[in-house]
Design a protein around this ligand. Structure first.
Ligand code: HEM
Length: 229
């Protein structure tokens, strides 16, 4: 590729990112990647209901492919970084474009979910750091046993404060997903007034399924449905 063609290509790519539409699309696409991870992770987590052999075998399988595992981690980390960077930039731009604060911040369209996005996002990021120290490295888990996922999850959730924190964050993730999922369609221009209510309903169902599925695990441990072995 010649220097001019390369310049043009770079300009187009930089221009895409610096445009508001481009950044919104980036938030939508990286959000979709993170959502798909959450679906896959929930399916993995629910294997705990099939007993220790099943979920421990699943963890062994993931860890037996280090190259693949690190590739997935790299994709996730990039998605989280770009999602956060573009969102925060958009948030500051929107604020700057509106120097006089609205008298009533809870204006017509603003739902609890949309108003809390900028807070729920960083809180979820803090949770992920804690979660990795809890279940991946075991740094903050007093009864952690390497690759013994079943017991790590059960003994981890037997601690009421830890379970309570997870449940709270999962509810927040549900709220974040609900708003994120339906606004993703708007950002990508895949919206039509006729379909918006349907998209919102589908987003609500998916958000409740992800949050509810994850909340079920600490609740089941505390209720003695999932027991230590
Ligand atoms: C009840 C809910 C959840 C349970 C039981 C759970 C369980 C686990 C376990 C056991 C691991 C360690 C896997 C291993 O090292 O073999 C893990 C890793 C992880 N989880 Fe979760 N998780 C839950 C919710 C979440 C949520 C909501 C998120 C994201 C917002 C999340 C993101 C992650 C990430 C990023 C890792 C690190 C993966 C890696 O090793 O690279 N988890 N989870």
């Amino acid at each position: 590729m010649g220097a001019t063609a390369l310049d043009l290509k770079l300009n187009r790519e930089v221009g895409f990112y610096t445009s508001k539409v481009g950044r919104k699309a980036l938030v939508a696409v990286t959000g979709a990647v993170l959502f798909l991870y959450l679906v896959a992770h929930l399916i993995g987590n629910l294997q705990i209901l099939a007993g220790p052999e099943r979920i421990n075998a699943y963890a062994h399988l993931l860890h037996s492919q280090p190259a693949l595992l690190w590739a997935a981690r790299l994709v996730l980390l990039t998605a989280v970084g770009l999602h956060a960077l573009a969102t925060v930039q958009l948030w500051f731009e929107n604020r700057a474009a509106r120097p006089i604060r609205y008298q009533r911040p809870d204006t017509v369209q603003a739902t609890l979910a949309s108003r809390t996005m900028i807070v729920s996002g960083p809180l979820i990021a803090v949770f992920v750091v804690y979660h990795i120290l809890h279940f991946t490295t075991g740094t903050v888990h007093p009864k952690f046993v390497e690759l013994s996922v079943y017991n790590n999850v059960v003994t981890g959730f037997q601690v009421l404060a830890a379970s309570g924190f997870y449940i709270l964050i999962m509810a927040l993730i549900g709220l974040h997903l609900y708003h994120g999922l339906w606004s993703m369609f708007q950002s990508l221009g895949l919206n039509h007034p006729r379909y918006t209510p349907l998209i919102k309903r589908a987003a609500a169902v998916l958000a409740v399924a992800i949050a509810g599925g994850n909340i079920f695990i600490p609740v089941a441990v505390l209720a003695g449905i999932i027991r230590p072995v």
